[in-house]
Design a protein around this ligand. Structure first.
Ligand code: ADP
Length: 423
C-alpha cells in the first residue's frame, strides 16, 4: 500500500514539475495579460487538484481587490467583481502576506459569501496565497474546492506559492509593458499634434506674410528718405520671419514624407559658390572670411538644387553665427569613391562631444533658447539631415569645443557623366 502511495505521489510530482516547466516557459514569453491570467488559474487548479482557481489583483489606482480571471465555468461572471480588503479571505491573505487554508468556508466568518450568491456558486474550501512582487503583495491566487472532498495540504501551499511567485513577476511585466505601450501611443499622439500644429501654423502664416512683404517692397520702391529706411527695417524683419516659416514648412514636409526631390544634374561647385554669395554679407558683418577648397574638375551630382542650397546655406549660416569675429570658415569638396563629401569648417565656439548627435534633432540647441545670443529655432540641422538623407547621403558633425566645428555631408556622384564629359 505504501509502495502504491509513493508511486502515485512520484507520478504526481513528475506531473507537477511538467506543469511548472510548461507554465514558466509561457509566463516568461507572453506579455498578453488576459492569456497569462487564464493560464495561471488553469495551472493552479490542476496543480492542487481543485475545482477552480482565481486571481484577484489589487487595482493600483483604487487599492481595491478585483477578480480578474478564473479557470472554472463561472469565470466570465466572476470577472471584475470586487472583494473588500476587510472581511474576506483574499483580503486577509493580501494584508498579512501569508497563505491561508480554509477547509470549510461555512464556519469561517472571513468568507465573503456575497460573491457566491452573485454568481451562484458554492465555495466549500479555499487555499489562498499572496502574489508577491518586490516584497509587496500585488494580489492573491486562490484555489477553490479541493476535488474528491479532500483537504488542502502544506504541499499544496508550497506548490501554489511557487506558482504565485512566478505569476506575480509575469503579471507585473505584462502590466509594465502595457503601460509603456500606452505611454508610447500617447507620445506618438502628442508628436502628431505638434507636427500638425507646425504644419497648420506655418501654412496659415505664409499668406499674410506674403502680403506684408509684397506691399512693403512696393512702398519701399515708391518712397525715399527716412520712410524708406523704416520700410527697409520692416522688410528685413519680414524676410527673417519668412525664413523661419520656410523652415517650419520644410520640416513639416519632411516629417510627413511629402518632401519631393526635383532631381537635376548639377555642377556642385556652382551651387556652393551661389550659396556662399548669399551668406557673404552676413559674414562681412562679423569680419569673417569664407575660403573655398574646390577641385579643379567639375563635380556633377544628380540632386535637387533648391534643397542642396538650403543645406549649404544652413551650414554656412551656423558657421557664421557661432564663430567670433576675425575667424575663418572653409568650404571644401572632396570626391570619394562613388561619392562626394562637402564640408563646412569653422574656427568657432565648437560643440561639446555629447551634443554632436543631438544637434540634428528638431528644435535642439546646445545653449538654452533663453540664454543664447543667436537667433534660430533649432531646425536648420534637422532639415539639412532630412534633405541629405532624401538624396541617399549622410551628414555628421565633428568638433573640438573652443576650437571649431566641421559639418560634412556626402552625396552620390555621377561618375559616368563626369568621366564622359571630361574625356
Ligand atoms: P539653430 O541654428 O537655428 O539654433 P540648427 O539646427 O541649425 O538650429 O543648429 C542646432 C544647434 O547646433 C545650434 O543651436 C547650435 O547650438 C549648434 N550648432 C550648429 N552649428 C554649429 C556650429 N557651426 N558651431 C557651433 N555650434 C553649432
Amino acid at each position: 500500500m505504501s509502495q502504491h502511495n509513493s508511486q502515485i505521489s512520484s507520478a504526481r510530482r513528475v506531473r507537477e514539475l511538467e506543469l511548472m516547466v510548461r507554465v514558466s516557459r509561457t509566463l516568461t514569453s507572453t506579455l498578453d495579460l488576459e492569456r497569462l491570467l487564464k493560464l495561471i488559474t488553469r495551472t493552479a487548479a490542476e496543480l492542487v487538484n481543485s475545482l477552480d482557481a482565481s486571481i484577484i489583483l489589487q487595482d493600483p489606482r483604487t487599492g481595491e481587490l478585483i477578480f480578474l480571471a478564473a479557470a472554472g465555468p463561472k469565470s466570465e461572471e466572476l470577472k471584475n467583481i470586487r472583494v473588500p480588503v476587510e472581511g474576506s479571505i483574499a483580503g486577509t491573505v493580501f494584508k498579512t502576506q501569508k497563505p491561508l487554508i480554509v477547509q470549510d468556508t461555512n464556519t469561517d466568518p472571513r468568507h465573503y459569501d456575497v460573491v457566491d450568491r452573485e454568481i451562484q456558486f458554492d465555495t466549500e474550501s479555499i487555499l489562498a496565497v499572496p502574489m508577491m512582487y518586490q516584497n509587496r503583495a500585488i494580489g492573491v491566487l486562490e484555489a477553490v474546492n479541493k476535488l474528491d472532498h479532500g483537504r488542502f495540504s502544506q504541499h499544496d501551499i508550497h506548490i501554489l506559492s511557487t506558482l504565485a511567485a512566478q505569476a506575480a513577476v509575469a503579471v507585473e511585466n505584462a502590466r509594465l509593458v502595457t503601460q509603456l505601450q500606452e505611454l508610447n501611443a500617447r507620445l506618438a499622439e502628442l508628436d502628431r499634434l505638434k507636427s500638425d500644429f507646425i504644419s497648420i501654423a506655418s501654412h496659415e502664416l505664409r499668406t499674410p506674410l506674403g502680403l506684408i512683404l509684397g506691399y512693403a517692397s512696393f512702398l519701399h520702391e515708391e518712397t525715399e528718405g527716412a520712410t524708406s529706411e523704416q520700410l527697409d527695417k520692416v522688410l528685413q524683419a519680414a524676410t527673417q520671419l519668412k525664413e523661419l516659416i520656410e523652415d517650419m514648412v520644410n520640416l513639416s514636409h519632411l516629417e510627413a514624407g511629402q518632401a519631393e526631390l526635383d532631381l537635376k544634374e548639377l555642377n556642385l561647385q556652382e551651387v556652393i559658390q551661389e550659396s556662399i554669395a548669399t551668406q557673404q554679407q552676413f559674414a562681412a558683418t562679423k569680419s569673417l572670411e569664407i575660403r573655398q577648397s574646390l577641385p579643379h574638375t567639375t563635380v556633377r551630382v544628380r540632386a535637387d538644387r533648391e534643397k542642396i542650397s538650403i543645406v549649404l546655406e544652413n551650414l554656412l549660416n551656423n558657421a557664421i553665427k557661432f564663430t567670433p569675429p576675425g575667424g575663418r570658415i572653409q568650404v571644401a569638396v572632396r570626391p570619394q569613391t562613388g561619392m562626394v563629401a562637402v564640408s563646412v569648417t569653422d574656427t568657432g565656439i565648437g560643440i561639446p562631444t555629447q551634443e554632436l548627435d543631438r544637434i540634428f534633432d528638431r528644435f535642439y540647441q546646445v545653449e538654452s533658447h533663453l540664454t543664447r545670443h543667436e537667433g534660430g529655432m533649432g531646425l536648420g540641422l534637422c532639415i539639412a539631415r532630412g534633405m541629405i538623407e532624401l538624396h541617399g547621403g549622410r551628414i555628421w558633425a565633428e568638433s573640438v569645443e573652443g576650437r571649431g566645428s566641421r559639418f560634412t555631408f556626402t552625396l552620390p556622384v555621377l561618375w559616368k557623366d563626369a568621366a564622359s564629359k571630361e574625356a
